[in-house]
Design a protein around this ligand. Sequence first.
Ligand code: PHB
Length: 387
Amino acid sequence: MNRRNTLAALLASALLAAGPAVHAQAKLKVGVMLPFTGTFAALGTAIDNGFKLYVQEQGGRLGGREIEYFVVDDESDPAKATDNVNKLINRDKVDVIVGTVHSGVAMAMAKAARDSNTMLMVPNAGADAVTGPMCAPNIFRSSFSNWQSAYAMGVVMAKRGHKRAVSLTWKYAAGDEMVAAFKEGFEKGGGQVLKQLNLPFPNVEFQALLTDIAATKPDSVFSFFAGGGAVKFVKDYAAAGLNKTIPLYGPGFLTDGTLEAQGDSAQGILTTLHYADSLGTPRDNAFRLAYVKAYKLQPDVYAVQGYDAAQMLGIGLAAVKGDITKRAEFAAALEKAKIDSPRGAFTLSKAHNPVQDIYLRKVEGKQNKVVEVAIKALADPARGCKM
Ligand code: PHB
């Protein structure tokens, strides 16, 4: 052996010996796929903020591994979703993907995650299929299913004595699924849905639809919009004077993270959601204080879901000491975990969706104040999930 070969051999054996240690210390690559532009931009930012806040609270590490971020703006565009998620999977070779907000984009992500066995944490999108027919050992959700967020409102509206409702939403998976779930809860309580009105996502030309509602004269309106679209819809509804005669209801997305911009037009609106601004628990107070300090912004449900996605990743990683390839142990830890969320502690269903209390909230000033718990420990039915 010449001198060069001897050196090379020495180096190789040194590297081999260091192998496991080097592996344990490698950064965990987290692919963040969220909307940072368009009508859901503020939602994406809040999720990103919440996720990073939790990681910072843990000293920048989860399960002993430092976190490295790879970021894609998905623009809430389903047509670009497969290409976007494949950038994270194939180009960046991330260990886990966190995303997204829009149900149509999330379904493409769930398909890619299943096909490539990439770990996926969904921090908002409610697409029922993600914890239904597409459920998988490597897919988890820290937020809600569309069914969960809207079924409760149907129950509440019927209980409040409403009989004849009109629904209005964007025509895509989230809107369709929320209206179907609302209808299920409302009809169970003796209500009837007179008309299901829609407009394409992310349009905000509401005038003709508001005229239709005024002519139909329902006793209530159920509506799903979020982000910039929700701001404009709630303002237009009030500007048309409809808030004086036909009460507006919806999943809490209608008034979450939007009250600063909606102002007077949102006052008194009742919504259902798994979070509220006035919980007053030590856990939520601490979270809200830390969030305001870090970002000079009030937190909302999206910030909580991002924070909890990081908590969930941390629980799974701690159980496998940072080795995210140990899929079964990672999943088992989460399946038996009680997640200490600012919303109140929750567990995960077998399909990996939160089982959680749904609050009835009322807009007062700049807050969604808790009226009561509308449904305790509501679980998504996980229709079609075989796992
Ligand atoms: C969805 O597309 O699933 C979605 C988007 C925004 C929300 C809630 C659900 O606020």
